[in-house]
Design a protein around this ligand. Structure first.
Ligand SMILES: [Mg+2]
Length: 194
């Protein structure tokens, strides 16, 4: 027996937590964006599973370690849990095309805008007997690559104006999100749960 679920796929840096302009490698560098925890809690209460999808090429570049990235992800979940908004799954891609690495190059198909992490999440849910309804699921991020990833994976893509705010680049390249929100809270309240 399988259950059908809807998923809110979320970029991390610049969408849930402040983008520091560099890689977030330590706990003190991780600051939640205002009302982000509340937004995720509302989505969870409405029945969405929460999945983080994050490019973390700082690993291949030697700027951050796997241990640091995983510790920051753990800390993010601690902060979200305080807001009643813990995530269900979290995936990150360590590779970078300009920084070949013998250990991480095999993850190249995961780096957004590629959809490897989304497909992996959907397969992992499937292994638990949960079928993801893509048409009822969303991908929210602050960059062009997030919108592209959402589109390629047949999810509803939403761009947020926090972080890098690539609204102008998206428009110029004709990569059109379904909705543009000032922040994650607005994305959830004004569009997803409207
Ligand atoms: Mg981002």
């Amino acid at each position: 027996m399988t259950e059908t679920i809807k998923v809110l796929f979320l970029d991390r840096d610049g969408t849930i937590n402040e983008d520091t302009g560099s890689y977030v490698a330590t706990r003190p560098q991780l600051k939640l964006i205002a009302r982000a925890g509340e937004a995720v809690a509302l989505a969870k209460a409405a029945g969405f599973r929460i999945v983080i999808i994050s490019n973390q090429a700082g690993i291949a570049r030697g700027i951050a370690t796997v241990e640091q990235v995983e510790d920051v992800n753990l800390y993010l979940n601690e902060l979200l849990t305080e807001a009643g908004a813990s995530f269900d799954r979290c995936y990150y891609c360590p590779s970078h095309p300009q920084h070949p690495h013998p250990e991480y190059d095999r993850f190249a198909g995961c780096r957004k805008p590629e959809t490897g992490m989304v497909e992996r999440a959907i397969a992992d849910f499937k292994a638990e007997g949960l079928t993801v309804d893509r048409d009822a699921s969303f991908f929210i991020g602050d960059k062009l690559i997030d919108v592209e990833c959402g589109l390629r994976a047949s999810l509803h893509p939403i761009l947020v104006r926090t972080g890098h705010n690539e609204e102008e680049i998206c428009r110029r390249l004709g990569v059109v999100p379904e909705f543009v929100a000032d922040d994650l809270y607005e994305a959830v309240t004004a569009h997803i749960l409207r």
